[in-house]
Each structure stands twice: as structure tokens, then as C-alpha cells.
Ligand binder design. Structure first.
Ligand SMILES: [Zn+2]
Length: 370
């Protein structure tokens, strides 16, 4: 990728490499776990040159979401661009494809990186490259393979590793960027969530920005709303769990496409399965009237028996005589239907083990049913 001055507009273009390159500036970042301290990072910049030798250890350390290998790589690139000589067509080598892509994206379309937590660094790198381009100096970013014996890359890697090791020892660094470019979403409204931070006095809750609108947002919402963690001790969950092994897929789901079942019934079944059958409890929680024209529900009591109303109450435990008659009749009908379907289900079961478990669960003997 090269950035060159072209009239009033500046474009990033893919170019073929010149046959004779000047000695590139090699950059690398390192991030490692140090027991008792946590994750630390360091950056290295290296150029072997008779007159412009470079061997720099940089402290890139970012807190929280900024403590990434990507930040370490970008900090190394920023220092490298700052050391490019005026009037010389410079090349900077990195083994981080991700950093190269981000810089490319930022140069081509700055709006595409507004949600990136490393945006301040990308802006600084872009600014340096643009300034060089305006002065007529070309800057080439090179992607090199790591750990294949390229001397400059190995040296940059070594410097980055040393910088990471010394990060916690308060040693002298050639550059300390640990307090720079640390405010990612300063010009925007951004999502925050509560996180626990370990301090000397113990864990403390604090607010922190989420890193991106993709995985980080998904995870924050997941934790906040307990998504994917159903209440597993409820009777309803346990009953469903118990019947799962006996489910014959094409027949268990057939009711949704059966023309003989009216849409209104299907809607009610769906409401029942998702716990949304209208009752006083839901009306109370949503601060709505239980019936049209009534005031807002003030309690969760059943209008018929004054017991605690719920979906389970309506279908199984309401003590009002009319309701009791209804669910006894419903229960008998369901039992008759299931007894008719037992031999059919039995034939659809592939393994003996499944059949044995099935009979155990319906408490019928094989002979009497078949
Ligand atoms: Zn009731």
C-alpha cells in the first residue's frame, strides 16, 4: 500500500514493489501474561542502517480494552512513521496484517474506523503518512512473515519482548505512549457497561466503554440479560427436558403446518410455550389493565379464586369450580389421545434403549399397550 500526493486528493493504492527497496524499518508488538501482574505489552522498532540506525523499545501499555496486541503493533508503526526521513522513499515492515488493513481502511475511508477503539492511533498514523505524502514523500507498508528468519523482524520482535518484560519494572523506555491515545470514543455517545476491577482493596465495580459493536456488545448484553441461561430448576423446563429424547421431529412439529388446527389455536399454543398466556400477574408486572376498560391491575390475584394468578394457575391449580371442571376434562382428553399415540410413537423409536426409557416414563407395560 502506498500513499502519494496526487493533486488535491490523496488515495491509497496497491502498487508493485520497486526493485530496489531502501532498508525497511521493522516493527513488532508483543503481549504476554506475567504471573502476579497480568497482561503486559511492548513494542519494538528496528532498522539496520549505517547512518540511520534505529533500535527502539516503546511502552504502549493501554488499560482495559486498549490492552491489546493490536495497540502494541500500531504504536510501533506510529513510532516508525515518525522516524521516516524526509525526502526518502521509506518502507515500514510489519507482520501484523490486521494493523495494515486497519490503516488502509482508515486512509481510504476515515468514517469506516469510527467504531474502532484504536481510532486515535489510526488517526495519528494516518496524519503522519498524509504529511509525508503532501511533502512528496512516499511511504510503503510491507507485510512480512514472522519467525522465518528475517533479521530485522527478529530484532524488532526481540525489542518488543524486552519492552513487555520491562513494562512492570519502571525501566527507561525510548518512548512511553502509555498515557497517549487512550480516549477512544471521546466524541461520541457510546455504550458503557459495569465491570469488576481488581484493586488493592478488593474488587470494585466501575463503568467502562464496550470495545466494539460486534462481539463485545453481544457479550455485554448476554451477561446483562442472562441470555442463553434459562432457569433450569423450573418444572416446565424439567418436563420439556424429559420428553426431548422421545421427540419424533417430523411429527412433534407437525401441528404448526396442520391445516385442521385453526390459526388462533396455534397462536395460543405458541403463547403457552413461551409463557405469554395473559393473566393478572403479567398485567400487574406490565402495569396494564387486566381487562379492557378496567383500571390498571394492582395485585396478582386470580379474579375467580383470589389465588396467585399465573399461566400454571389457569391451566392446573385454579380452585374455582368452573376452572377445575375444565382442566379435568382437558387432562382426560389429553390422556386418551396420548394413549392412542403410544404404539405409533413406539414404532418410530429406533433403539431398544429409547423404547425401554419411554415405557418407564409412561408407566405402561409393553404388552398392554401393543
Ligand atoms: Zn384462580
Amino acid at each position: 500500500m502506498a500513499v502519494s500526493a496526487g493533486g488535491s486528493t490523496y488515495t491509497a493504492k496497491v502498487c508493485s514493489l520497486p526493485t530496489k527497496l531502501v532498508v525497511p524499518v521493522y516493527t513488532d508488538g508483543s503481549r504476554k501474561e506475567i504471573p502476579g501482574i497480568g497482561l503486559v505489552s511492548g513494542s519494538g522498532v528496528y532498522r539496520e542502517h549505517k547512518h540511520a540506525h534505529l533500535s527502539l523499545k516503546v511502552h504502549p501499555y493501554g488499560q482495559g480494552m486498549l490492552n491489546t496486541i493490536n495497540r502494541a503493533e500500531l504504536v510501533a508503526l506510529l513510532i516508525a512513521v515518525r522516524h521516516c526521513r524526509p525526502g526518502v522513499k521509506e518502507s515500514i515492515a510489519t507482520d501484523s496484517k490486521c494493523s495494515m488493513q486497519k490503516i488502509g481502511m482508515h486512509l481510504r475511508s476515515p468514517s469506516s474506523t469510527v467504531d474502532d477503539c484504536h481510532r486515535p492511533l489510526l488517526e495519528a498514523i494516518g496524519h503522519e503518512i498524509m504529511q509525508r505524502a503532501q511533502a512528496g514523500d512516499e511511504t510503503i507498508l510491507l507485510k512480512v512473515k514472522s519467525h522465518i528468519g528475517i533479521h530485522g523482524n527478529e530484532m524488532a520482535d526481540k525489542l518488543a519482548n524486552e519492552a513487555a518484560d520491562e513494562c512492570c519494572m519502571n525501566r527507561h523506555f525510548d518512548y512511553d505512549l502509555s498515557n497517549d491515545y487512550t480516549q477512544p470514543f471521546r466524541d461520541k455517545f457510546w455504550f458503557q457497561h459495569t465491570i469488576q476491577v481488581q484493586t488493592a482493596e478488593g474488587p470494585v465495580e466501575t463503568k467502562a466503554c464496550i470495545r466494539d459493536l460486534d462481539d463485545s456488545l453481544r457479550k455485554a448484553l448476554h451477561d446483562k440479560h442472562k441470555l442463553g441461561q434459562p432457569k433450569q430448576d423450573s418444572l416446565y423446563f424439567q418436563l420439556w427436558d424429559k420428553v426431548q429424547p422421545f421427540r419424533v421431529k417430523p411429527h412433534s412439529d407437525a401441528l404448526w403446518t396442520m391445516p385442521s388446527i385453526p390459526e388462533s389455536h396455534k397462536r395460543n399454543i405458541f403463547k403457552y410455550r413461551t409463557g405469554q398466556i395473559w393473566n393478572k400477574n403479567i398485567a400487574f408486572k406490565r402495569r396494564m389493565p387486566y381487562m379492557p376498560g378496567q383500571p390498571i391491575a394492582r395485585d396478582t390475584r386470580c379474579p375467580l379464586c383470589r389465588g396467585d394468578d399465573s399461566q400454571g394457575h389457569i391451566f392446573g391449580s385454579c380452585m374455582h369450580p368452573d376452572m377445575s371442571k375444565q382442566y379435568i376434562a382437558r387432562h382426560d382428553k389429553a390422556m386418551r389421545m396420548s394413549l392412542v399415540s403410544v404404539p405409533y410413537m413406539y414404532r418410530n423409536m429406533r433403539s431398544d434403549r429409547l423404547q425401554r426409557r419411554f415405557f418407564k416414563s409412561v408407566s405402561c407395560s409393553k404388552k398392554s399397550v401393543l
